[in-house]
Design a protein around this ligand. Structure first.
Ligand code: BG6
Length: 484
């Protein structure tokens, strides 16, 4: 991180789940790897509960305890925890935020050696309902006031509203207080290693350039599966459902990277311009290209209403109406309580014309990018079965990260993204117009589901989801092959 000056990272909602499980561990990893300078950084937790610095540190320590297995991290952990201070107060109280500002300013004065500039990063690990009052308080009382430079940045997490209207309302409330370059909307899928690899793969390899279009690609699938249900989050989840939780953000962001045109440069705005164009080219989703499911047992959660129609599984087909992709179905599929935990991008190629080997029934060429677990890329291709006979067989060219990059540890998505917020790199964050375009795609469908015009089909927990989804895939032209 090249800029210097005091750096204050303020985690609002410091005792909540997101902060404990993701934000603080990511900060600790960054600290341990030397990305947060001991002489510049201070971390503040802010939340309502009245606890001491020590109590917050103890809570956080609980989530970092595994790290202590590595001997060299023990010392780093206790030094890291010493950097954390806690301020308690409500999310709409002037008094609380004035105290927070005082604590930050004291830290800044104590770090005067670093030229007096002040960098303030506010991480809102909070429910979006409190974003507007919190942003207002930050703007009024806590922004960087140093004449010597620096900045104030805000990091927010989905859900950014529930549909186009509420999303736009939230954007405009925050937009009145902070400029777009100050706002970092996290979609943590954009921090995953193989998602970040997508543009390199597409635009730095001659192999793919001529093939990446409707002439060669039959269909694209972006699949997310989890082998557990909503566990303890039923109440929250029931208001949102799988489309808002996973598809409208994580999978759609991945789709943008698969489908976008080459940006004119790697500047964040050039990349995001191309992503917006993809989203704006998606045509309205047809009801017959949607299958919704709800796992049996979902409604046993006492916080979920008995008549809930909220999907915990969905398959939808998106169609991009442009020169590159017309006619190619992009199948987005996500489900909770499925048979396995996996996230894949599957690019299936068209059949070879004039198949002299009559081998097409063995399967098509397919390029699979496994985002998780066990990051990998593999290409299914047809080869001659070794031996005397001339027989063909489907095999794989396999790049498994664990084998190929032994000993290289892959950073957590949050680690990377938080580092970007400090560096001021917005490439892997969602711009306001991207968010709007994403809501435009899904809002009509979400409203139809809410009106009960589309029903969720029950499926067994631990299964592959409703069989109707497999039928939809077949109709969209996906041909199942075996192997991996
Ligand atoms: C979150 C969703 O955004 O992503 C969760 O709200 C989901 O429901 C999680 O479990 C999945 O993230 P990952 O990184 O484990 O695939």
């Amino acid at each position: 991180v090249s800029e210097t000056g005091s750096l204050s990272i303020i985690v609002l909602g410091a005792s909540g789940d997101l902060a404990k499980k993701k934000t603080f561990p990511a900060l600790f990893h960054l600290y341990h790897q030397g990305f947060l300078d001991q002489n510049e950084v201070h971390i503040f937790g802010y939340a309502r509960s009245k606890i001491s610095d020590k109590e917050l540190r103890d809570k956080i320590r609980g989530y970092l305890i595994d790290e202590r297995k590595a001997y060299d991290k023990v010392e780093a952990l206790s030094k890291f925890l010493q950097l954390i201070k806690y301020v308690s107060g409500p999310y709409d109280s002037e008094e609380g935020f004035k105290r927070l500002d005082k604590a930050i300013s004291e830290h800044e004065i104590s770090k005067k050696s670093s030229e007096g500039s002040s960098r303030r990063l506010f991480y809102l690990a909070l429910p979006p309902s409190v974003y507007p009052p919190v942003c207002k308080m930050i703007k009024s009382w806590c922004t960087n006031k140093s004449d010597l430079g620096g900045w104030t940045r805000i990091v927010v997490e989905k859900p950014f509203g529930k549909d186009l209207e509420s999303g736009e309302q939230l954007s405009s409330q925050i937009g009145k207080l902070f400029d777009e370059p100050q706002i970092y909307r996290i979609d943590h899928y954009l921090g995953k290693e193989l998602v970040q690899n997508m543009l390199v793969l597409r635009f730095a390899n001659r192999f793919f350039l001529p093939l990446w279009n409707r002439d060669n690609i039959a269909n694209v699938q972006i699949v997310f599966r989890e082998d557990f249900g909503t566990e303890g989050r039923g109440g929250y989840f029931d208001e949102y459902g799988i489309i808002r939780d996973i598809i409208q953000n994580h999978l759609l962001q991945v789709l943008c990277l698969v489908a976008m045109e080459k940006p004119i440069s790697l500047k964040p705005e050039h990349i995001r311009d191309e992503k917006v164009k993809v989203l704006q080219s998606v045509i309205p989703i047809k009801d017959e290209e949607v299958v919704l499911g709800q796992y049996e047992g979902y409604k046993d959660d006492p916080t979920v209403p008995n008549d809930s129609n909220t999907p915990t599984f969905a398959t939808t087909v998106l169609r991009i109406d442009n020169e590159r992709w017309e006619g190619v179905p992009f199948i987005l599929k996500a489900g909770k309580a499925m048979s396995s935990k996996k996230a894949d991008i599957r690019i299936q190629f068209k059949d070879v014309p004039g198949d002299i080997f009559k081998c097409q029934k063995q399967g098509r060429n397919e390029f699979v990018i496994r985002l998780q677990p066990s990051e990998a890329m593999y290409m299914k291709l047809t080869v001659k079965q070794p031996g005397l006979e001339m027989q063909t067989v489907q095999s794989e060219l396999d790049l498994s990260y664990k084998q190929r990059y032994q000993g290289v540890s892959i950073p957590e998505a949050y680690e990377r993204l938080i580092l970007d917020t400090i560096k001021g790199d917005q490439q892997h964050f969602v711009r306001r117009d991207e968010l709007k375009a994403a809501w435009e795609i899904f809002t009509p469908l979400l409203h139809r589901i809410e009106k009960g015009e589309l029903k969720s089909i029950p499926y067994k927990a631990g299964s592959r989801g409703p069989i109707e989804a497999d039928e939809l895939l077949k109709k969209a032209g996906y041909i199942q092959t075996h192997g991996y």
